[in-house]
Design a protein around this ligand. Structure first.
Ligand code: FAD
Length: 351
């Protein structure tokens, strides 16, 4: 589920999936995009324009509404939910193609789920885990185990424990609200997680286990992640172990009806305020506020909130916000946010 260049070929399929999913949850996309969008488009002004109807944008819009502000949420796609997407698998059931898990410490999203009248259920964890490892003589060795510690070489497990301790204590030194202000932010952001891993471990199995954890949490390779970003993420999740654990960790629970329902319910409540199929191409800052340019026209507002990643989805490849540069969001500026776990929690910082 990526934006930008890889997007083009997938639009049609995703649209179909998105429409089916929204229907499955008892809410048709056209109910937002139809008459209400026409009314909103005719008005084209609001106190605040929010770009993107994913969790972050919708949560921000909800909060502003509650404070009496008028809000227009402009979404490029023909559906809400962004990187959460339900897909019907028959008999009224859905699976998620995107963010799905929530867990303890993710207080804001858990509160929002409750506020919206949604429910959660525990992730299935019964039975034994399977551990595959390249063996000597060559070939894959299959072992099963229970609990959270794999049957790896004890030396690797000890090295892994040391590495995780270091990461957890470094993570505590990264301020959650302003990760770029960590004392060592520059040095940590100037290296990849891979570099750190190679400098701080020696055994292949330790490195493989770390890779496994990183790939599971970030859906990205250690070489593609800033060390600072990983530390920020560990801090926001409590510890590395919390991020990778199922029961009691970040994969503890799922949402009945699928995670996209959160956005669908938020959008229902925002009604006319959500305008679909309106990719924002440019934001111009002026004295009186901002002008937000979309394919369908220009919106005027006092302020704009951009809730999507720097690589915008406008199909032209040229979209960009103009105006004063602000400290980059260290969590997303690396452009690798597509599949980050914990994102439901992160997205809800505004909610
Ligand atoms: C496979 C996968 C698994 C994941 N698993 C989990 C998980 O288990 N737990 C968890 O917490 N997180 C998980 N995540 C991450 C989580 O889904 C995301 O972090 C979260 O949904 C991001 O929300 P957002 O609102 O910040 O961004 P997005 O959902 O990306 O929303 C941004 C919105 O902006 C729109 N947009 C982009 N450009 C424009 C434009 N120019 N004009 C108008 N609109 C625009 C996009 O279409 C999109 O709707 C997973 C993600 C994926 C892909």
């Amino acid at each position: 589920m990526t934006d930008g260049g890889e997007q083009a070929g997938r639009v049609t399929r995703r649209r179909l999936v998105g429409t089916a999913a929204a229907g499955a949850a008892g809410y048709t996309v056209s109910s937002v995009a139809g008459a209400s969008a026409a009314r909103a488009a005719a008005r084209r002004s609001a106190d605040v324009v929010v770009v993107g109807a994913g969790l972050a944008g919708l949560a921000a819009a909800r909060r502003l509404r509650r404070r009496g502000k008028s809000v227009a949420v402009l979404e490029a796609r023909d559906r809400v939910g962004g990187r959460t997407l339900n897909r019907r698998v028959g008999r009224g059931r859905v699976v998620e193609i995107g963010g799905q898990w929530v867990g303890p410490t993710q207080d804001r999203i858990l509160r929002l789920i409750k506020d919206l009248g949604l429910e959660t259920f525990k992730t299935y964890v019964e039975g034994r885990n399977v551990y595959y490892r390249e063996a000597n003589p060559p070939g894959l060795r299959r072992q099963t185990y229970t609990g959270t510690i794999p049957p790896a070489n004890p030396a690797s497990l000890a090295e892994l424990a040391r590495a995780l301790n270091s990461l957890n204590s470094m993570a505590e030194r990264v301020p959650l609200e302003q990760p770029w202000k960590a004392e060592r932010a520059h040095a940590w952001d100037g290296q990849t997680f891979e570099t750190w891993k190679l400098d701080n471990t020696t055994l292949d199995e330790t490195r493989d286990l770390i890779d496994l954890g990183i790939e599971a949490v970030f859906a990205a390779q250690p070489r593609d992640l800033s060390l600072l970003h990983v530390l920020f993420y560990i801090h926001s999740g409590g510890s590395f172990e919390n991020l990778i654990n199922t029961a009691g960790g970040a994969q503890d629970s799922r949402i009945v009806g699928g995670s996209q329902r959160i956005s669908i319910e938020l959008a229902k409540r925002l009604g006319d305020g959500v305008v679909l199929e309106s990719p924002v191409r440019r934001i111009a800052h002026g004295r009186g506020g901002v002008k937000v340019h979309t394919r369908k026209g220009t919106w005027e507002a006092e302020r704009a909130i951009v809730s999507c990643r720097p690589r915008w989805r406008d199909g032209s490849g040229t979209a960009r916000p103009s105006g004063p540069a602000r400290p980059a969001d260290a969590a997303s500026a690396d452009g690798l946010g597509d599949q980050m776990h914990g994102g439901l929690r992160r997205a809800l910082l505004a909610g």
